[in-house]
Design a protein around this ligand. Sequence first.
Ligand code: ADP
Ligand code: MG
Length: 339
Amino acid sequence: MNDIIQLLPDHVANQIAAGEVVQRPSSVVKELIENAVDAGATTVQLICKDAGRSLIQVIDNGGGMSVTDVRMAYERHATSKIKTTEDIFSIHTKGFRGEALASIAAVAQVETKTKREIDELGTQLIIEGGEVRNQDPVVCATGTSISVKNLFYNVPARRNFLKSNQVEFRHIQDEFQRIALAHENVSFYLHHNDSEIYHLKAGNLKQRIVQIFGKKLGSQIISVEEDTEIVKIKGYVGKPDAAKKSRGEQFFFVNNRFIRSPYLHNALCDAFEELLPAGYQPSYFMYLELDPARIDINIHPTKTEIKFEDEALIYTIIRAAVKHALGQFNVIPSLDFEQ
Ligand code: ADP
Ligand code: MG
């Protein structure tokens, strides 16, 4: 009998991996902006057309890439961010899997222009469906610009699965907001179909919250701070009268990475206890800093879920910190709620 097992060609493997990493246009937005931030950019511009279907472009003024690195960047499992397994436990960058660019390039037409400060000329690289078309020297500014065109052009099933432009753009905005909230010291711009949606100048956290959610919420938030050996907490919670019946603005960041945690969400709700009538939700922007060795962010490719070693303790510390903040500002239930 003949042996029948073969290794998949790279472009097939990449396209399969893309199924996990690139679910919709907003996944591309997340990966490209995270790379820009990891590259040390102080200004990041996002330009989208048709909710990212025809174009997602991210322009940064970060470190750029060498001629060889820009080609390597699109190889699967190629990364400059970790070298050993130990490094996974002390991660300070957004990326580390080395999967994003290879996955994106497998399901789109991708044009990269990049230049390092020390280089006179930059490099332009064009990849379509995982195949390199061109690589040429180009005159460009220091930093990197990546244009992702016609996402899923070669995966009709994925393309058909996309929702309306309105829904897809909402997802893009969500990702954009999360990263902008995690990096208030970076300027972020978002253009969609030639209109400017956000123009966020670098500033402090409160300014960033106001830039995104408006002055009203800015006047309704109070600062939370706590410093323990296990976790450092900073951030803001909305006063009870800023609570909403719908989910309000609710954000958790761990080591500057947006995460979802129904468990820690309960810690917040618990802290508000009797301050909110049934059905009302608190707004919060909570930033936790933890020893990377005591968390596991490796459980999902899109990395919005993580495991904490000291989950129950963190819950208690968050609840106490928020209660303290609410008490300190002498917040009592608003009269509006009493009927
Ligand atoms: P990861 O971010 O997990 O390392 P990616 O596939 O997203 O994997 O990127 C691969 C590599 O390409 C990165 O490790 C980085 O060295 C380089 N790279 C990607 N985007 C940029 C950028 N905007 N500026 C500079 N280098 C980049
Ligand atoms: Mg990355």
